[in-house]
Design a protein around this ligand. Sequence first.
Ligand code: CO
Length: 191
Amino acid sequence: MGISAAGQRTDAAFRPSDYDFGMARKRQIVLYPDPVLRRRAKSVERVDDSIRDLVREMFEIMDEEEGIGLAAPQVGESLRIFVTGPHADGTHPHMTYINPVLSGFDGELQAHDEGCLSLPGIRGEIRRQPHAVIEALDVEGKPFRMESGDFIARVWQHEFDHLEGILIIDRMTALDRLRVRRAVKELESGG
Ligand code: CO
């Protein structure tokens, strides 16, 4: 997920090809309209070394792309995993969420501009719950729980949507959807 609040980066100028240093890596960012982005991801049955390898690669890719969140379907793996990165202000360390469950929604929906690494050049206002509770497993398979009324609650909701096959273009206002229609069509026809 990319954010355009003051002092924070946007995704629009970032393309995976800009960051190809020729390193041997199995995975790369999957762009819309790849069908893996529309699938409901499967639960992780066992948190083992293959999962930890995937998570490590997701962190590498997210950091190179300067994203603040990345879900496994975005690197072609239809599994219920996402990672989040540090905020621009240095808060929130790298975190891994395996088989996450979101709850604790209270309060009025709040709109904020969002982008997505799988939808380069596309941004729009998305209304989300301002507060959330997340329960998930960490990379060691240990359950944890976090609560936030902060920006990270929005990131969780964005990344969780990826595990359900939901993208920001599904949640935009009709007006924003119209505004990004051409960019979406270009992605659909292969950029
Ligand atoms: Co995204």
